[in-house]
Ligand binder design. Structure first.
Ligand code: BT5
Length: 310
C-alpha cells in the first residue's frame, strides 16, 4: 500500500460529508489524477464510493482487507494484506530485512501459523492474523514490554467487542469465564548490542471463528457472544499498541491480568518454578513467591494451578 493510499483512506474516513477531488489532492499533495486513480482502486477493492457534485462520499466499506483496515485506522501504519500466507510473522520479517518499518501485515488465513517454540497456531479463516513491524528506539532487553502492550491491546479489543477477556502471563488472552484461549502473541526481533533493529509483534486472535475449527482449549469472540468484526478488532489492537506509553503498560497489564494472586507452575528454560504469582516487573518478568523466597521469571510457560485462597 502506498502512503498516498493510506492517507486517502484516512482522509475519506475523517470527512464529515462529501469531499472534492481537488480538496483531497491539495490535502495529500498529489495530483487530481492520482486521487481519481486511487478512488477507482478502492472501488475495485469493494468500496462503494459515490461521486456527486460535492465530491466523493464513501457509502460502504468491505468487511476486511488492506484498504478496509486502513480506512479509519487511527495509527500511522501501511497495511499489507494477503488472503492467505504461511505466517504473517515470516512475511513481516522479510519486509524487515528489506529495510521496511511501520507496516502491518495481515492475512485472511495462515497455512503455517506459529506459536512460541515453533508450536502450531491454528489459523482458519475468520481469525485475525497480524504482524506489526516497527523499529522502536530501545535496547533489546526491553522487547518483552511490547508483548505485554500487545496483550493489553488485544484484551481491550475483546472487551470492546463485548467479551470479558483477561491476560495470562506472559502472552495469552483468555476468556475470563472458563480460561479458554482467545488469542496469543509472538514477538520476534533483531537487535544490536544496545538497540533494537526491528521488532515485530504477531497477533493471532480468534474473532469470527467457530469452536469446531479451533483446538479444544480455545474459544473465539463469536463463540463468547461478542461482536465478531475482524476489521474493527484489528484496527483497535493496532491503535492501542500505538497509543500506549511504555509507562502505562505495566499498570494496564496488572489491571487486566488473571495470573497475579494465583498459584502457578512456570516451566522456565532453567527449571520449574512453583508458587504464588505476586507481581510483574519491567520489562515483563513474573515475580513468584516460592517456598524458598521470591523468584523473578523472565520467560516460560505458565500454568494456573488453582484460584488463590482455595
Ligand atoms: C502463542 O504461542 O500463543 C502465540 C501465537 C501467535 C500467533 C500469531 S498469528 C500472526 C503471527 N504469525 C504467526 O505465525 N504467528 C503469529 P504459544 O503460547 O506457544 O501457544 C501455542 C499453543 O496454543 C498451541 O500449542 C495450542 O495448544 C494453542 N493454540 C493453537 N492454535 C490456537 C488458536 N487458534 N487459538 C487458541 N489456542 C491455540
Amino acid at each position: 500500500m502506498t502512503d498516498t493510499r493510506r492517507r486517502l483512506c484516512r482522509a475519506l474516513a475523517d470527512a464529515d460529508g462529501p469531499v472534492s477531488g481537488p480538496a483531497l489532492a491539495e490535502e495529500l499533495g498529489v495530483s487530481r489524477a492520482a486521487i481519481w486513480k486511487h478512488v477507482e482502486a478502492l472501488r475495485e477493492a469493494g468500496f462503494d464510493i459515490e461521486s456527486g457534485t460535492d465530491g466523493y462520499a464513501v457509502r460502504s466499506v468491505p468487511d476486511y482487507g488492506g484498504d478496509a483496515i486502513a480506512f479509519g485506522l487511527d495509527a500511522p501504519y501501511a497495511v499489507e494484506y494477503h488472503d492467505r500466507l504461511a505466517s504473517t510473522n515470516d512475511r513481516a520479517r522479510e519486509l524487515a530485512m528489506e529495510g521496511a518499518s511501520d507496516v502491518l501485515v495481515v492475512a485472511g488465513e495462515q497455512t503455517g501459523g506459529r506459536g512460541r517454540l515453533d508450536r502450531e497456531w491454528s489459523s482458519p479463516l475468520g481469525g485475525v492474523y497480524a504482524s506489526l513491524l516497527r523499529r522502536p528506539e530501545r535496547p533489546p532487553a526491553h522487547a518483552p514490554i511490547f508483548t505485554l502492550a500487545a496483550a493489553v491491546a488485544v484484551t481491550r479489543a475483546c472487551r470492546e467487542a463485548g467479551v470479558d477477556a483477561v491476560i495470562k502471563w506472559p502472552n495469552d488472552v483468555l476468556l475470563a469465564d472458563d480460561e479458554r484461549k482467545l488469542a496469543g502473541i509472538l514477538t520476534e526481533m533483531e537487535g544490536e548490542a544496545d538497540r533494537i533493529s526491528w521488532l515485530l509483534v504477531g497477533i493471532g486472535a480468534n474473532v469470527d471463528v467457530a469452536a469446531a475449527d479451533l483446538p479444544e482449549t480455545a474459544t473465539s469472540v463469536r463463540e463468547a457472544g461478542g461482536t465478531a468484526d475482524r476489521r474493527r478488532f484489528c484496527q483497535r489492537v493496532v491503535e492501542v499498541i500505538h497509543d500506549i506509553d511504555a509507562e502505562e503498560v505495566l499498570p494496564a497489564w496488572r489491571d487486566h491480568a488473571v495470573t497475579l494472586g494465583r498459584d502457578v507452575r512456570v516451566e522456565t528454560p532453567g527449571g520449574v518454578v512453583e508458587g504464588e504469582a505476586v507481581d510483574i516487573e519491567f520489562p515483563g518478568a513474573l515475580v513468584v513467591r516460592t517456598e524458598e523466597g521470591e523468584r523473578t521469571v523472565h520467560a516460560g510457560d505458565c500454568e494456573h494451578l488453582r484460584p488463590a485462597g482455595d
